[in-house]
Design a protein around this ligand. Structure first.
Ligand code: NAP
Length: 339
């Protein structure tokens, strides 16, 4: 008998964020179809969730910038979560490595849904707080960012920049704007919601067998261990991978979330993270820099309250996030245990 569960298409299921979205969707009872670039990648994803084999399938999308790639992916699909996008802070070529896959990839999936996904009612895309932040004003002391703020970097600036993180941030802003512009112009039968998290920490959905490809945010947090000093302010916010996944799924169903963006995140300072980890992880206490305990470096803040009010998201504590992130990376052997 055919399944009656709603079918969710998830792109980027091999990644850190996508994996948590897949896990949460399976737990919530969806039939999940993941896109992967290769058969190997598809197998790796499905092997992570053996208990859900009857709910999880995959489809190969070799090039996410080509509309035709999705021709066979959308049958019976009622909702789409698009997380696939390069999270690369040191691109060799800003256009090929970042801007093309981020922007063209975002539009290609919308076009494909319009053509082949008549039952899709909501698309939720992973944008970033990078698309919100003012890139000309790095610390912006005293300012609180909301969903009304946009990173105003242009395509030309991003393409020409020698600053990889700047080009990445621009790729997210340009892709998100392009998606909303497309929806405004084409008026499809589905609505779009974007999720804008800052640094995402928290665990992967699966235990880590290899750590050479840790996503940049988790990698940077793991570098606190054995660091000489506490890093200074860079991106003043964080979210937990589990709450980011929850936000994507809540956004699929929340009637008022259509054609809106949501900051999902809370204020972050490295010093606070170090203080919490030193208190809660005795195994790492002597390996974390002390810095100035209790000090909150001046810088901007961010308002993630709309995600709580409109999506119904419950935020976790930074202590839990830091402990679970470092704990998983420690178990993986990426941070060598001290004898
Ligand atoms: N981690 C953070 O702190 C953070 C914060 C805010 C927003 N985000 C956003 O969250 C999303 C996922 O990031 P992540 O941290 O999960 O990174 P990740 O672990 O590197 O995962 C990226 C995912 O996107 C796919 N992807 C990347 N480039 C692609 C391309 N050119 N063609 C097809 N697929 C491609 C990857 O597929 P393969 O496995 O085939 O490479 C992978 O599934 C991205 O949109 C990122 O911008 C991340």
């Amino acid at each position: 008998m055919a399944s009656r569960r709603p079918v969710l298409l998830i792109t980027g299921g091999s990644g850190f964020v996508g994996g948590q979205v897949v896990r949460k969707a399976l737990e919530e009872g969806y039939d999940v179809r993941v896109t992967a670039r290769s058969e190997d990648s598809a197998r790796a994803i499905t092997s992570r969730f053996p208990q859900y084999s009857s709910q999880l399938s995959s489809v190969i999308v070799p090039d996410l910038t080509r509309v035709e790639s999705y021709r066979n992916a959308l049958e019976g699909v009622t909702g789409v979560v698009h997380t696939a996008s390069p999270f690369i802070l040191d691109p060799a070529d800003n256009v090929k490595d970042l801007l093309d896959p981020a922007i063209k990839g975002s539009i290609a999936i919308l076009e494909a849904i319009k053509r082949w996904g008549p039952s899709v009612t909501r698309v939720v895309a992973t944008s970033s707080f990078a698309a919100v932040v003012d890139d000309t004003n790095s610390k912006r002391e005293g300012y609180t960012y909301t969903e009304r703020d946009w990173n105003m970097a242009t395509y030309e600036q991003a393409a020409a920049s020698a600053d990889g993180p700047y080009a990445y941030r621009a790729s997210k802003a340009l892709a998100e704007k392009a998606m909303f512009d497309w929806v405004k112009e084409k008026k499809p039968s589905f609505s779009l919601t974007t999720i804008c998290p800052p640094w995402i920490y928290g665990p992967y959905a699966h235990e880590l067998k290899r750590t050479d490809n840790l996503t940049a945010s988790v990698y940077l947090l793991s570098k606190l261990v054995d660091a000489e000093d506490v890093p200074s302010f860079d991106f003043g916010g964080y979210a937990d991978s589990r709450e980011v996944a929850a936000a994507h799924l809540l956004a699929l169903d929340a009637p008022e979330a259509g054609n809106r963006r949501f900051i999902v995140g809370q204020e972050f300072r490295y010093q606070t993270a170090v203080d919490l980890a030193r208190d809660s992880m005795p195994e790492l206490r002597d390996r974390l820099p002390v810095g100035k305990p209790g000090y909150v470096e001046p810088g901007y803040s961010l308002d993630g309250s709309k995600a709580a009010e409109i999506l119904g998201l419950t935020y976790m504590s930074l202590g839990e996030t830091v402990k679970d992130t470092l704990g998983q990376v420690l178990r993986s052997g990426h941070i060598a245990a001290k004898a």
